[in-house]
Design a protein around this ligand. Structure first.
Ligand code: DAT
Ligand code: MG
Length: 134
């Protein structure tokens, strides 16, 4: 998912290029503005953390773009391309390492397991998801 700061800063093309340069296939994408209920589900594991209100406000502040990325070990690979959660730990050459400058606004979200990828894709795309590649 390209987060609101990615879109606001005009980084959509740069981030998508990195995914394509790696050789992954983008098989669907959708722009939408998320509401608080969506964020409470998406970040349920963080709902008791002190930064949650700020995170929720940010994630609902503007549109995001959900992408379905396909390829061999794409979930693990996307986490590596994404880089560390803490922006200051982001290795140069990763999306967050090169573009993120604060803890909350860290440009992209990437699913952390096949189980969560399936849940997150269904939550984001709903029945609009189309199997474009077979
Ligand atoms: P990730 O996005 O790397 O999967 P996560 O699931 O632990 O990391 O957290 C989700 C988002 O919440 C993260 O991208 C940014 C925000 N976040 C996490 N830890 C934070 C912190 N200590 N302070 C502020 N925001 C934080
Ligand atoms: Mg996470």
């Amino acid at each position: 998912m390209l987060k609101p700061d990615c879109i606001e800063r005009g980084l959509i093309g740069k981030v998508i290029s990195r995914i394509e340069d790696k050789g992954y296939t983008i098989s669907d994408m959708k722009m939408q503005t998320l509401d608080e209920a969506f964020i409470q589900e998406h970040y349920a594991h963080l709902k008791n953390r002190p930064f949650f209100p700020e995170l929720s406000e940010y994630m609902t502040s503007g549109p995001v773009i959900g992408l379905i990325v396909e390829g061999e070990n794409a979930i693990r690979g996307m986490r590596i391309i994404t880089g560390a959660t803490r922006f200051e730990d982001g290795t140069a050459g990763t999306i967050r390492g090169d573009y993120a400058y604060c803890s909350t606004k860290n440009v992209v979200h990437a699913s952390d397991s096949p189980e969560n990828a399936e849940i997150e894709i269904n939550r984001f795309f709903g029945d609009r998801r189309l199997p474009l590649f077979r």
